[in-house]
Design a protein. Structure first.
Length: 198
C-alpha cells in the first residue's frame, strides 16, 4: 500500500511508502515477550533451519528454568527429518514440553504435537496424517540409497507415534497410508492429543 501526496509548489504528486503493519522491531518484541513466558511458536513449513532455531529456543529455556515450556504449533507442516530434530531435542530436555496445536497440522509436525508431555488441541484443529513429499535424483544406486534412508526415517517417526499414541504399529501405519484427516476430537480418541482447549 502506498500513500500519495501533492507538493504545495508544483502540484506534482509523489508516492510515499506506507509503514509495514508489523515492523520488525515489534515482531522481535513479541517473540521476546513469548520467550519470557516460556512459549515457543512453530508455524508454517518447518525447514531444517527453522527446526534448528526452535530447538535452540527449547534448549535455552531448558537452561534458564525448571518450569515446563509451551510449544505452540499453528498450521504447521514438516518433513520427517525436521520433525525428528525437534523430537530428539524434546526427548533430552530436563523440563517437560507441553504442546498446543491449532489450525491444520500435517506431516512431521503431527509427531511434534503428539510427543508433548501434555498435548492440547484447539476445537477446530485438524491433524493431517500425510507423509511429506520426497524428491530424489541421481544415479540408480543413489536413488536406491536415498529411498532406503527415507524409509528408515519414516519407520523411526512412526515408531515414535506408536509410543506417543499407545496404538499398535499396524494401526498407525494404516492411518498414515490412508492419509487420514483427523478432527480434534478424533485426534484425542486416537491418542495424538490429551484434550481440547477450553
Amino acid at each position: 500500500m502506498r500513500r500519495r501526496w501533492a507538493t504545495a509548489s508544483t502540484g506534482a504528486s509523489r508516492a510515499v511508502p506506507a509503514e509495514p503493519a508489523f515492523p520488525p522491531p515489534l515482531a522481535a518484541e513479541v517473540g521476546g515477550a513469548l520467550l519470557a513466558r516460556r512459549v515457543v511458536l512453530l508455524h508454517g513449513e518447518l525447514e531444517p533451519v527453522r527446526a534448528s532455531e526452535v530447538a535452540a529456543s527449547l534448549m535455552t529455556l531448558d537452561a534458564l528454568g525448571d518450569e515446563h515450556v509451551e510449544l505452540r504449533v499453528t498450521a504447521a507442516s514438516a518433513s520427517f527429518d525436521a520433525a525428528l530434530v525437534l523430537l530428539d531435542v524434546m526427548g533430552v530436555l530436563g523440563v517437560p514440553v507441553h504442546t498446543v496445536g491449532t489450525g491444520v497440522i500435517s506431516g512431521g509436525a503431527v509427531g511434534v504435537v503428539a510427543a508433548g508431555a501434555r498435548r492440547v488441541l484447539s476445537r477446530h484443529a485438524r491433524l493431517h496424517l500425510r507423509e511429506p513429499d520426497l524428491a530424489v535424483g541421481g544415479r540408480a544406486s543413489e536413488i536406491e540409497r536415498a529411498l532406503a534412508a527415507a524409509a528408515d526415517r519414516r519407520d523411526a517417526f512412526l515408531g515414535i507415534l506408536v509410543r506417543c499414541t499407545g496404538r499398535s504399529g499396524p494401526e498407525v501405519e494404516a492411518d498414515w497410508a490412508a492419509r487420514r484427516m483427523l478432527s480434534a476430537e478424533d485426534a484425542v480418541v486416537l491418542g495424538y492429543a490429551d484434550s481440547l482447549l477450553g
